[in-house]
Design a protein around this ligand. Sequence first.
Ligand code: HEM
Length: 452
Amino acid sequence: MITAIKNVIVTAIQVLWVWLEGLWAIVCLIGIGLGALVGKGGPKVALGAAFAKVSTQLTVMKVLRAFIPNLSLKLKIMNAYENTGTAIITRYNDCVDVLNRNEDFEVVYGSRMRKLTAGENFFLGMQPSWDYTRDTSAMRLAMRRTDVEQFVEARAAKLAAEIVSGSNGKIDLPAQLVQQIPWDMTNQYFGAGGNSKDMIDWTTVLFWYLFEDLPADPEVEAKAMDYAAKLRNYLDEAVADRKKNPTDAADVLNRCLALQSSDTPGMEDLGIRNNLIGILIGAIPTISKSCCLVMDELLRRPDALATAHAAAVRGDDDLVAQHCWEALRFNPHNPVIYRRANKDCVVAEATLRRQKIRKGQMVFAANMSACFDRYEIDKPNEFRTDRPWNNYMIWGYGMHNCFGDAINAKIIPAIMKSLLAQKNLRRAAGDAGQIDTGGTPHPQHFHLEFDA
Ligand code: HEM
């Protein structure tokens, strides 16, 4: 009985706290709106710029979590994939629920994936099925967990240290470091890196087309079709060439060819090529953008930067990693993961936040918001480096959770450590020291300096 009363009181305080936070967030949003009225370039431009900021998006999410945790709209936000409206899911448990309910909430990427492969789907675009099991099983045999320690982590750390020490205290983070290292991984470990500039450009545009082209921009589509054809040609040649000139490298391409020799389903030449397309697109733009976002966030937080620096100098890899994940919680690579409702259904059944979702609605599981849900995350607004991993939803959840998760967990800290260990790490002066995406959703330039 006493426990029940205690629980009621604790819950009431928590609810009140969330409401107060929500009310304060409304006040902040009104302030942002008023500021935009007199902002540079006129209200529309200033408002657009304000809402592009993660801090503003987090404020909006606070309001939603407090008052409309599951929002259903007729409005279509996404044009790249067919849908009949939008639902926004903001609480941790509801996001997990949506991402676990594959039967109700389907992945949508198949139509664009097929355009990139000129035929077949890739497993991220597949619902639970034999094709999904076949492809993920084969690719998991080709890319083993143990490879991360053996082939990926140490090489990335060594290369990062060389690049940083050769940079004389001035570095353009994406161009010189964090695009190069994942590319090197695709070259050495996947065995299919090609020309670095081409591969970085192709995969960046193809990632944009698949996941970030919400308005369905015809220019993005045209560029994606061109680059996809080039990537297919390159991979067809790489597979044929490796068969003609075998090597004994322990790389993913050779492992796929070994599986082909043993008649493994899905590992015919076309299957290998299509799986490599998906994995290449997943690998380069994501790791490079995440590293830039980590650095950007730490540079905004002098205390966190100082503890990250100390951890890097001491060689405390786990603590460097914790700084990275916490920075990505505040500055995430992908703030939402989207699915489409397969049928009329309900989210948060038997709760006050119950919401009907209509068949065809695009459902945004806002993982960014979930990681700030006070009901699940302890002191969510604090930057802390002692959080358990389940506080994070940085690269997805459920069946489609990132295939490269074990790589990400090691390669990002391995890259960042070399830089974080430098003295007086800082942004370059002026705009150069801010992330420049060069008209894409991915950082192209971000100049940093340190005492060489
Ligand atoms: C920090 C870097 C990365 C981030 C932020 C990231 C993010 C994500 C997210 C959010 C998903 C789930 C998408 C969804 O459910 O709709 C995902 C899935 C996936 N990622 Fe990553 N990713 C990263 C690195 C990588 C790497 C290095 C690879 C390749 C080795 C990769 C390959 C994939 C694949 C193949 C899937 C689909 C998994 C499936 O359908 O079972 N990603 N990633």
